[in-house]
Each structure stands twice: as structure tokens, then as C-alpha cells.
Design a protein around this ligand. Structure first.
Ligand code: ZN
Length: 94
């Protein structure tokens, strides 16, 4: 599977697991999410997450009990946390 860099259009972009630091929706603290699907472009040196991944993380943090998240959590663990609400009432796009 090939990807195109969102920034420079290069095909030399790899989808690799990476760590991101994320502020919780209530703004009390930031957590580290490891093994997050991350694009790494060797041409323009941009390291970024796709919009879908960003949205997934944001939605999930709204829907789960953030108190049970430690300082570090893997992307997979985060996505597996039970959701408190059936849908994200703050997401007016859907
Ligand atoms: Zn690029």
C-alpha cells in the first residue's frame, strides 16, 4: 500500500507507529499515546497523523472516562476503552 504525503505529495512517506502527546478534552493534563499510526515523510520531514486518526483520538477521548487513562497509553489500548456515551454529542459534523 502506498501513501502520498499530505504536505509535499511525495510517495516517500511511511506509515509507522509513533508517539503523540495529547491534551485531554478537559485540559487538565496531557497524555502520551504510543504506537499511533503516524506518517513520516523522508522528503519534507513532516511527521503527522492522518485526519481520520486525529478524529478517532479526539472522539475517543470525549467518550471514555479519561480518569482511567495513565500518563502513557497505546493507541490500541485507548481505542479499546469502554465508551461512556453512545455517540459524541460534541461532534456536530456527523
Ligand atoms: Zn512530504
Amino acid at each position: 500500500m502506498t501513501f502520498t504525503c499530505e504536505w509535499c505529495g511525495s510517495l516517500n512517506v511511511k506509515n509507522v507507529p509513533g508517539s503523540v502527546f495529547w491534551e485531554l478534552p478537559d485540559g487538565t493534563r496531557a497524555i502520551e499515546i504510543t504506537e499511533t499510526p503516524t506518517f513520516n515523510c523522508s522528503d519534507c520531514s513532516m511527521i503527522y497523523q492522518s485526519e481520520e486518526v486525529v478524529k478517532e483520538i479526539e472522539n475517543q477521548l470525549f467518550l471514555v472516562d479519561c480518569k482511567q487513562i495513565g500518563k502513557v497509553i497505546s493507541f490500541k489500548e485507548l481505542m479499546q476503552l469502554p465508551r461512556l456515551l453512545k455517540r459524541n454529542y460534541f461532534d456536530f459534523d456527523s
